[in-house]
Design a protein. Structure first.
Length: 178
């Protein structure tokens, strides 16, 4: 088997019909066409997440190998709980000839998917989001980043003040950039 590297990127707005079917964006279908099994994907929706993951067969196989790697995940109760949570929330799904997948109702409910959705590329997988949920998530990430930048700037300013107070001020103080 050839080593295929998938890179899903970008975002597209699409519609989920009343039967839960979604046509995957053409740019993602083009990437998926390189898969060993372009007519099958694996959908995952995990408790606490607000999106549905879409894995091509090769990525799914890698995830399965990872979960079986006892060096990474020793056979413990926590590992068994992780496996249970992961594998119980995956559905193998066909991709029909028009590029449609059917998202199970319990996944649509968990991710609050109705009508318009955003399909985004995330490296070796796709994610399907409710647009409002993704916007709120990205806004929260942006706020967290701003807080980290302010904290780093305050720490750098305090360090510079301490250096200046000691009389050993370097010629130039550079604040970290993010």
């Amino acid at each position: 088997m050839a080593n295929v590297t998938f890179t899903f990127k970008g975002r597209q707005t699409h519609t989920v019909d009343d039967k839960g079917r979604l046509i995957l964006p053409s740019q993602f279908r083009t990437v998926l066409a390189a898969s060993r099994e372009p007519s099958t994907v694996y959908l995952g929706s995990y408790p606490g997440t607000k999106f549905v993951s879409v894995y091509p067969s090769e990525r799914w196989d890698e995830l399965c190998r990872d979960w079986k790697d006892e060096k990474r995940f020793p056979n413990t109760e926590a590992m068994q709980d992780g496996q249970r949570l992961f594998f119980a929330n995956i559905e193998q799904t066909p991709v029909d000839r028009t590029g449609r997948v059917t998202i199970p109702a319990h996944f649509r409910e968990r991710a609050n998917l109705k009508d318009d959705v955003l399909v985004i590329g995330v490296a070796e997988k796709m994610e399907i989001w409710n647009p409002a949920e993704l916007e709120a998530h990205e806004l929260a990430l942006s706020r967290e980043r701003e807080e980290r930048v302010k904290a780093a700037q305050a720490a750098a300013a305090a360090a510079a003040a301490a250096i200046a107070a000691s009389g050993q001020m370097p010629e130039e103080v550079r604040l970290p950039s993010f």
